[in-house]
Design a protein around this ligand. Sequence first.
Ligand code: ADP
Ligand code: MG
Length: 686
Amino acid sequence: MEVTLDSPIQFVPRVGPRMASLLAKVGVKTVYDLMTYVPFRYKDYSLVSPIARLQPGETVTVVGELEYIRTFITKNGKRLVMARLRDESGAIDITWFNQLYLTKILSAGDTLSVSGNVGWFGQKKVLSSPEYEVLHSAGENKDSLHTGRLVPVYPETNGLSSKWLRGRIAFVLEQYLSLIQDPIPEYIRVSHHLPDIQHAIQTIHFPDTLEHAALARERLAFDELFMLMLQSQQQKRWWKQSLKAHALRISKNQLNEFVSRLPFTLTPDQLTAVSDIISDLASPTPMNRLLEGDVGAGKTVVAAAGMFAAFLNQQNSALLAPTQILAEQHANTLRLILEDTFHIHIHLILGGSKKTPPPPKTSIPAIYVGTHALLSKASELPDFGFIVIDEQQRFGVAQRGALRNQTKERVVPHQLSMTATPIPRTIAQTAFGNIDISVLHTLPKGRVPIKTWVVPTSKRNAAYEWIKKELSNTHSQAFVICPLINESETLTTVKAATSEFVTLKKIFSPLTVDLLHGRMKADEKTEALTRMHDQKTDILVSTPVVEVGIDIPEATIMVIEAAERFGLSQLHQLRGRVGRREKPSYCLLFTENETPEIINRLKALETVHNGPELAELDLKLRGPGELFGTRQHGVAGFAIATLSDTELVARVKQTVNDLTNQDPSLSQFPYLRERLQGSKIDTIQS
Ligand code: ADP
Ligand code: MG
């Protein structure tokens, strides 16, 4: 059988089904995947030294003849392999632990190249557990893989060692590297001084110098970003060409009426976002826009403008919220803005015990607000002209697809996603390249920044005293958020909140303390929040379920336990639960961790009150996975590129824009087009 780059990896000699399944776990399925499975660092074994000159502490390579090799039992009964290697200058002992099989592979008289650290064994110099390889002709170790050079170290999993990978990668490079065609058009390679793809792939595995390795890595990072950005642009193009939506037009006067009847004045950013949306909606090309703004920035009213436009065009709208509480809150807001003023019906669709039969289909357009229940009811609901998805990262792509129109293929609703998670520029340019973005940078006037302190253990009691006084004096309320153990609410998280609740009840008596966590029934959660909202509760102890959007106007103190477990963005979102009115508000970040880096990271919240800036910091300090969760492919999924390399991201973006402006269908670059179609890169929004 002829092996190609796309051949399953198990057909490569000495791979086989067992290793293939291990490789599959790290995402390597084809010959090409293996070739591009990049090392994350190198061991420098390039210093080759005569044995007599070895110094303890050095990392070196020596070449010599094996004098003997045998198993040895130490005083405390451990078995190890001992050997002695000799060159013209002298001899050195070698020990290997846990590798008794070596006595079967190696024998006296073999010429070995051996790399490792020189140490002491009692009074004698020794090489302990070095890498080795057998040379077939003495002095000739130019083609070595494991010794005598910069040696690649790969991300390993159980059963998949760097040594094994090196051998197989060297083999596939030798056999199939010449099959790789360069996907990047030559004029781009030339203008960016990129090394040739075959050279880059060879070099990233087996570089002569670290500088060469860095150049190769840059080339492959360029490719990765280039392909992702180009793919998302092509997707957007496809979306524009092949899908249709109802054009939803609204006149200037109608829009003015909507704006002037709001109970407040829109901020300049809100006005800009409204006009972005209104102009998208007026086109028969479906909108795919993300509205990003800090908690409290006023996203709902911006979305409502779009719903109003839909209504005027005889179209239904839907708003999908991640929790029942939020769905109810949105419904209340929309009732105020659209039902009371313009008599547009708002239907709330919930699951669980709040389940209601879906409203009868009528010809009068309405607004449907709901949780997941809205998705499962989709077939009983009318078609939508406009859908809004709040905190979109909580919904999968497939689920969102459920709100596509039932009746007309290829006519889809305009879609607006809303998120309080700020999207760093580099991520916006790459993974979100197929989406238009509107940002609310500023909060509505009158909000004061939330005074934030990092509180060490020694000040905990004083902090409790202060909170007690503050709550009693100002009749305001507090949240205490208990640690996030994992990404989702685990039993441990719930336990932490429950036991904290018991402790705090005692400490804060006679104030009323209540409990909220993700394992409670939806009704119980709503009741706890209603008590909080109605000021029957003074202190609500909660798991991070309150993270998203809840509006408790009188809450002024946010306490976060084990704050170091959260990303800065998340902490910022939690802090946004207070300070909803003009009263001074406070955020106390408790941590028992005294590590300076951790304290400094948290202290950023004391001075920075801007979500996007904190997100950029998060990206630098903890990587993109922290921002979006590892489930988001295409964000955390880069093997080589790092999104904190803003210079490279900007450069590739410019290159991709120039290319698609000049040749939108890539007709001059058939191989590139083919590669894009075959690629399985998964972007966030499809
Ligand atoms: P978020 O962006 O977090 O979803 P909301 O849409 O829930 O924010 O708005 C938060 C609060 O601010 C709501 O009570 C809303 O009515 C109010 N609000 C929105 N825009 C303005 C504005 N321009 N001026 C004053 N209050 C506003
Ligand atoms: Mg909101």
